[in-house]
Design a protein around this ligand. Sequence first.
Ligand SMILES: Cc1cc2nc3c(=O)[nH]c(=O)nc-3n(C[C@H](O)[C@H](O)[C@H](O)COP(=O)(O)OP(=O)(O)OC[C@H]3O[C@@H](n4cnc5c(N)ncnc54)[C@H](O)[C@@H]3O)c2cc1C
Ligand code: SF4
Length: 326
Amino acid sequence: MKPFAYVKAADEKQALAALGRERGKVLPLAGGMDLVSLLKDRIATPDRVVNVKGLDGTITATPDGGLRIGAAVRLVDLIAHATVSSQYAALAEAASETGTPQIRNLGTVGGNLMQRPRCWYFRNEEFPCLKKGGARCYSVDGENQFHAILGGGPCHIVHPSSLAVPLVAFGAKLRVVGPRGEKEVLAEEFYELPERNLYGETALRPDELLTHVILPPAKAMKSATYEVRFRSSHDWPIAFASVALALANGTVSDARVVLGAVAPIPWRSPEAEAALKGQPANEATAIKAAEAALAGATPMTQNAYKVQVARTAVKRAILHAAGVSA
Ligand SMILES: Cc1cc2nc3c(=O)[nH]c(=O)nc-3n(C[C@H](O)[C@H](O)[C@H](O)COP(=O)(O)OP(=O)(O)OC[C@H]3O[C@@H](n4cnc5c(N)ncnc54)[C@H](O)[C@@H]3O)c2cc1C
Ligand code: SF4
């Protein structure tokens, strides 16, 4: 591990003051579960690490009936929050499936949303791939069984955060602070495809911090997340989907469908949403929506199996959200 300076920031202001403008030179540390392994593997080599556990660690109601979730809220506290579990089921379900009890006990919302990709070539110092400034993406001719089937190129990572996917389904915003002030960015626009941002994955600049998630009122939306993993392991899912539905007399009046672990960003599917709107909430509709969601998939050499896995996840997330048994 490269030696680095350590700053413990008491609050948002101190954390911000300790950041720098050059990518990778100063890095925030939250629960540390992702960052420490990146440091040990010399994938991250900052000069300074800033402990940001002093950021807001509370969940509060907003005046319009939504929720404001601090970046330092731990996953275990998010799962235990009564409003999250009763009104934002897709988020509570995704958080409860994340890692192990130990990981959920230490991991924070901010760290989860900002974790780096799991691509094994990216995580291995021996592979100077495109994302690390090298000349090629090793996954194209290599081991790509867990890589992207939608939206990939020139880098084919899949987005790693389980929380970001339901947040996009709910139309959440992320509060970002930096030297130019604060702003709220739609979670859907915060994550960027490799063709736009090869070296990072988000719109966050090195001198900015993610401080809050702002959830709009859930109203009467019904939601669910459905994940597929190898043998219920604690590892990241192979594919999953988060769905938020508005229902009127058994018909879908509004829908948001977002896929996880299949693309470099949380992958919203307007095609699946169009297939749902105005249709009865039943298995036949869910199958059509799932087919629409994956119609544009372009698997790599070893991951065609993920297309059917993702279809199943979309179908089951829709049925769970609608309260319909298959
Ligand atoms: C075995 C295992 C299984 C896992 N399975 C899953 C899973 O299924 N789904 C899932 O989503 N995650 C999974 N994780 C990841 C785990 O949830 C994350 O590593 C963890 O949430 C990261 O949170 P942290 O607070 O430890 O962040 P840290 O490791 O401290 O930080 C992660 C990254 O975010 C940056 N960062 C942290 N806070 C901020 C901030 N406020 N503003 C800007 N940047 C910030 C850091 O610089 C770093 O790059 C798994 C991890 C392990 C070890
Ligand atoms: S998928 Fe991205 S991170 Fe992985 S080897 Fe290719 S360029 Fe590197």
